[in-house]
Design a protein around this ligand. Structure first.
Ligand code: DGT
Ligand code: MG
Length: 429
């Protein structure tokens, strides 16, 4: 029997951050269509908080958590996050197999170009629009211009767009985080290294590798990042990148929520860049070893433990043999990407984010950097509206009492939020 939405939705949690959303769910065809509408709205209006895009995001998040495949729009009666527009799209798909509105967007040249241009590191919707206005059709057109905006991210992003647009697989992310763990442990014994982002949510691939670092002793993490970057450089793993200083100020945390959420997402010290991953990191791409690695979903990278994949261990160890070749270009970072990309090479360019959090903020940083993006947005709005608390990647703050709610585990973050703990693999809302 087909479940009636309206008999079920009485028990359906109102907020996305209260619901489980697995990567694999029962309404993929519908969510991918709604996500096209969402992406189109985000690109067109260049404002991530535009209500139209938000409405699509909310609708697809509900569809991801439904315990049944939608077979009729009747089942969606009473779900306040699924509006008339989305219902029309869903009924088109249920009745005809596709939605003409979605198909038209996907076929439009403008949408294709916007997606292509915004896929470049450092290029957001407003830059992409400028490129379209200049009549550029392809990434080659942008490359011909040299460095179109003087932004290092765009120059390097364009030079390595082919590599960077090839998804990073799980074995690469694991191999690289083990190296980061090894190097960081050498510099700062007891360091905590955690692979975050989509990989912590169980995704088999991603667009980058996000690694969060901390240390059980507060302030011990100070000074780690420059040494870590130098160590990775010595191993020939750094192509280009920039450090951002810690700009955290406890006094700004109690300011008006809207004011302080504008602009930067957080104030941690971090390194954003492009690394050189030996091609051997991705050699265990075959399904057998990938399924083994896939079981490690929520993890802090264990120190120097063998992986379940011996070929991966070998390629990591290659970097540590005395005769391992060390790239000369790694010490002095080149600011001219063009000639680097021309030579044949045994590595792939990969986007990496390294984030440093003091232990007093670590569990909030862990939640923030695990995502998903919609999980964060929803949890922040929920905390503000339901609890009068301000949630960021730095902490949870009582705006009235002007005091922080500290957490010593990720579970404690959820309990402060009065939400049952949600496993990272269930945060794919
Ligand atoms: P991916 O890499 O395409 O598989 O997708 P994700 O989910 O790993 O997304 P990504 O890498 O853009 O960001 C990882 C998570 O961290 C995501 O949920 C949003 C969050 N995040 C990204 N950038 C920032 C930032 O600057 N500050 C904070 N607090 N969070 C961020
Ligand atoms: Mg990521």
């Amino acid at each position: 029997t087909v479940p009636e939405g309206n008999e079920f939705n009485g028990t359906f949690p109102e907020w996305a951050c209260q619901r489980k959303a697995k990567l694999e769910h029962l309404n993929k065809k519908l969510t991918s269509a709604v996500e096209v509408l969402q992406e189109f709205a985000e690109l067109r209006d260049s404002n991530q908080d535009y209500p139209r895009a938000l409405a699509f995001r909310r609708a697809s998040s509900v569809l991801k958590s439904l315990p049944f495949p939608v077979q009729s729009v009747e089942q969606l009666k009473g779900f306040k996050d699924i509006g008339e527009h989305v219902k029309t799209v869903i009924s088109d798909i249920l009745d005809h197999g596709s939605s003409s509105e979605v198909d038209d967007i996907e076929k439009s040249e403008w949408f294709k170009k916007m997606k292509l241009f915004t896929s470049v590191f450092g290029v957001g919707p407003s830059t992409a629009k400028v490129w379209i206005e200049r009549g550029w059709e392809s990434l080659e057109d942008a490359q011909k211009d040299g460095c179109p905006s003087g932004d290092w991210r765009i120059a390097w992003g364009l030079a390595f767009s082919k590599d960077l647009n090839t998804p990073v697989c799980r074995s690469e992310a694991i191999a690289f985080s083990r190296i980061v763990q090894r190097e960081a442990e050498h510099i700062l014994p007891g360091v905590i290294t955690t692979l975050v982002g989509g990989f912590r949510r169980g995704k088999p691939e991603g667009h980058d590798v996000d690694i969060l670092l901390s240390h059980p002793t507060d302030e011990a993490e100070i000074g780690l990042l420059p040494k870590l970057i130098a160590a990775l450089g010595k191993r020939g793993l750094i192509l280009i990148g920039h450090k951002e200083k810690n700009s955290f100020r406890s006094d700004i945390l109690y300011q008006d929520f809207k004011l302080s959420t504008r602009g930067q997402l957080d104030h941690f010290e971090k390194w954003l860049g492009i690394c050189k991953f030996p091609k051997s990191f991705s050699k265990s791409k075959d399904s057998e070893s990938n399924s083994e690695v896939n079981q490690e979903t929520s993890f802090t990278v264990p120190a120097l433990e063998a992986t379940s994949d011996s070929s991966l261990d070998e390629s990591i160890n290659d970097l540590y043999e005395p005769k391992a070749k060390k790239s000369k270009s790694s010490g002095a970072i080149d600011t001219e990407p063009q000639h680097v990309s021309a030579a044949p090479r045994d590595w792939l360019a990969r986007r990496v984010d390294l984030i440093i959090a003091p232990i007093s903020q670590y569990y909030y940083a862990l939640v923030g950097w695990t995502g998903s993006k919609h999980f964060n947005r929803d949890a922040r709005l929920y905390a503000q509206k339901k609890l009068g608390l301000k949630l960021t990647s730095h902490g949870l703050f009582d705006l009235q009492k002007r005091e922080p709610l500290t957490a010593e585990t990720e579970e404690e973050v959820f309990s402060h939020l009065k939400i049952p703990y949600i496993d990272p693999t269930d945060r794919n809302c």
